[in-house]
Write a protein that binds this ligand. Structure first.
Ligand code: CA
Length: 228
């Protein structure tokens, strides 16, 4: 896999390149919008990581160009916008401009990899599919969790927590990612609210005999797994 990183912080780019190489990802790094345009015209990338504050302008202008199809081969390339601050207005602007996702700096490589996996999933891959973990069956189309044919009664936020954890089952999901998934952009997040949802969800999964557990990693996030 080959990814284009448009980022003017050399140190970060080099650290990221080293980290991604370990996962068999080749990182092409360019520090400016002008060089990014050249790189995109030269070769097709599987995804683009795009910083916003660049020496020759806002990364979103490149995104607009990409989506308008000037470099036809790169028109649909998944773009993850990197934002210095995780401000809501920045995220919304990025998503509105056609970004597939955003990531607030600083971020963990593991989280970047998870986001990449998500944006690189082929369309339709997740649609109408039933995912099984332990004894739990989850229907993505109808957004329904069941154990042995019996549907679990989950309110919206518990459902969102379960979906988010399930999508990345076996991997740690950062607390911030869960909060974003559960609360969206509009709602205010109350501290500990997430933990309350998790604990109710845990209880329901245990009562239903789902055979999966939500493992908490203090200060980092949660991980959903089916114990062997
Ligand atoms: Ca920058």
């Amino acid at each position: 896999m080959r990814i284009l990183l448009v980022e003017d912080e050399a140190e970060m780019a080099s650290a990221l390149g080293t980290a991604l190489n370990r996962h068999d990802i080749v990182l092409d790094h360019v520090p400016t919008l002008a060089e990014a345009e050249e790189a995109l015209a030269e070769r097709v990338h599987d995804a683009v990581l795009l910083d916003r504050q660049l020496p020759d302008g806002d990364g979103l202008s490149l995104l607009a160009q990409l989506r308008s199809g000037r470099a036809a081969d790169s028109r649909g390339v998944p773009v993850i916008v990197l934002t210095a601050r995780s401000e809501i207005s920045e995220r919304v602007a990025g998503l509105d401009a056609g970004a597939d996702d955003y990531l607030a700096k600083p971020f963990a490589v593991e989280e970047l990899l998870a986001r990449l996996r998500a944006v690189l999933r082929r369309p339709g891959d997740l649609a109408a599919r039933i995912v099984r973990l332990g004894k739990l069956a989850f229907d993505w189309e109808h957004r329904e969790a069941s154990v042995a044919g019996l549907a679990l009664d989950l309110p919206r936020r518990e459902l969102l927590v379960l979906e988010t954890l399930l999508r990345r089952a076996g991997r740690t999901v950062m607390r911030a990612s869960l909060e974003e998934a559960v609360y969206g952009f509009d709602d205010e997040v109350q501290s500990n609210a997430l933990d309350a949802h998790i604990s109710r969800l845990r209880r329901k999964l245990a009562e239903a005999g789902a055979g999966i557990e939500i493992h908490g990693i203090r200060g980092v996030g949660y991980l959903l797994r089916a114990p062997a």
